[in-house]
Design a protein around this ligand. Structure first.
Ligand code: TXA
Ligand code: MG
Length: 343
């Protein structure tokens, strides 16, 4: 199958991409977080193709991407006051909301057989027009091969899925860089299932106490099955988290003794304090946690596809605010591995 690139700044190209969705084809779309893989959420055959293209286990439910609140109300139970407040504050934006569904509102292939679904309205004018034009919500898992870092450029999508999908709507680089925050509003206490750019503090300012369910793997905690349970967002090289400038200095000594090239992902401030050995290739994470989150997946992909390294040493951040989203993804890429002095 030929994979056509459509340009988001041309209305007729958005129309052409929407027509493909209506024909049951797959079209990747831009969002502010990462690129998604779109299919008509009301067409079971089309949704089935998404799992095939990504190589994703089909028991993992998909996000339903909408362009209006009315589209959510077609499928979900009546919205509560708290849900309305979240929508008013954070949509369009990086918050996905799990809601109870009307009976048989969406196919099992979308929900994995659950009585709930995860709804999201992304902050991308191009994608909102795409969905509006198609007239149906679209499922939207990240548009990468399952297990690989999520795509933050149309080129990443093309690399993973060319020949397997009908089109890609290209709107340049995404701004946030990691997937949306997921909050479960179908349970008694609102619960965060995945950290993202919308933080716990921002959510609590709107609806009061929320529970954060996700688990951060600490420095001295050995995951039971490294590279198995946590293998996600993972390049072929071993990713290791580096927790401080002192650890980076030790890591540079260690790296200088390695036979091959070692990848290094650190902030400009950290890089300025390091002596970089000749066999170390640098990918800057920019100034702070926001630029690091924006560049994390692109950096991992860079070392995976353009450069052959066995190790990628990557800066850790404090596990709070946007840092919680960054560390959640980095932990999974690294299988929980931290660089230690004894290495
Ligand atoms: O930023 C994002 O959310 C991106 C962009 C493309 O919109 N999409 C994305 O989708 O990250 P995906 O499929 O990679 O992640 C969806 C997550 C999965 O971990 C899935 O298990 C969870 O949402 N999920 C979906 N439906 C759910 C439900 N009813 N209850 C709980 N979790 C659900
Ligand atoms: Mg994903």
């Amino acid at each position: 199958m030929e994979t056509t690139i459509y340009h988001a700044d041309h209305a007729d190209q958005i129309k052409a991409a929407a027509a493909l969705l209506n024909q049951g084809e797959l079209v990747a779309f831009p969002t502010e977080t990462v690129y998604g893989l779109g299919a008509d959420a009301t067409n079971e055959t089309a949704v089935g193709k998404v799992y095939q293209a990504k190589g994703r286990p089909s028991d993992n439910p998909l996000i339903v991407t909408v362009s209006s609140v009315a589209m959510v109300e077609r499928f979900a139970q009546p919205l509560t006051e708290q849900v309305k407040q979240l929508i008013a504050k954070f949509w369009p934006g990086s918050l996905t909301i799990v809601l109870p569904l009307q009976p048989n509102a969406l196919a099992k292939v979308v929900t994995g057989g659950l009585s709930t679904a995860a709804f999201r309205m992304p902050a991308s004018q191009a994608t909102l027009s795409l969905i509006e034009t198609a007239g149906v919500p679209i499922v939207g898992p990240s548009a990468n091969t399952s297990g690989k870092p999520s795509p933050t450029l149309a080129e990443h999508v093309y690399h993973d899925l060319k020949g397997k999908i009908a089109g890609i709507l290209d709107d340049g680089p995404t701004t946030v860089g990691v997937e949306s925050t997921i909050i479960d509003m179908s349970v008694d206490v609102p619960t965060i299932l995945r950290p993202g750019a919308v933080t716990v503090a921002e959510l609590e300012a709107v609806i009061g106490d929320v529970k954060a369910d996700h688990h951060h793997v600490g420095k001295n905690e050995i995951p039971k099955a490294p590279g198995m349970k946590y293998k996600h967002y993972a390049p072929s090289a071993q990713v290791e988290i580096v927790d401080s400038v002192d650890d980076f200095k030790a890591a540079m000594t260690w790296a200088g003794q390695q036979a091959g090239t070692v990848g290094l992902m650190a902030t400009d401030g950290q890089l300025a304090q390091l002596t970089i050995p000749a066999n170390v290739e640098v990918y800057s994470l920019g100034a702070d946690v926001a630029s690091a989150t924006h560049r994390l997946f692109a950096g991992l992909r860079h070392f995976d596809t353009e450069s052959e390294v066995a190790y990628i040493l990557t800066a850790g951040f404090a596990n709070e605010g946007l840092g919680a989203a960054y560390m959640n993804r980095l932990d999974k890429s690294a299988g929980g591995m931290h660089f230690t002095n004894e290495q």
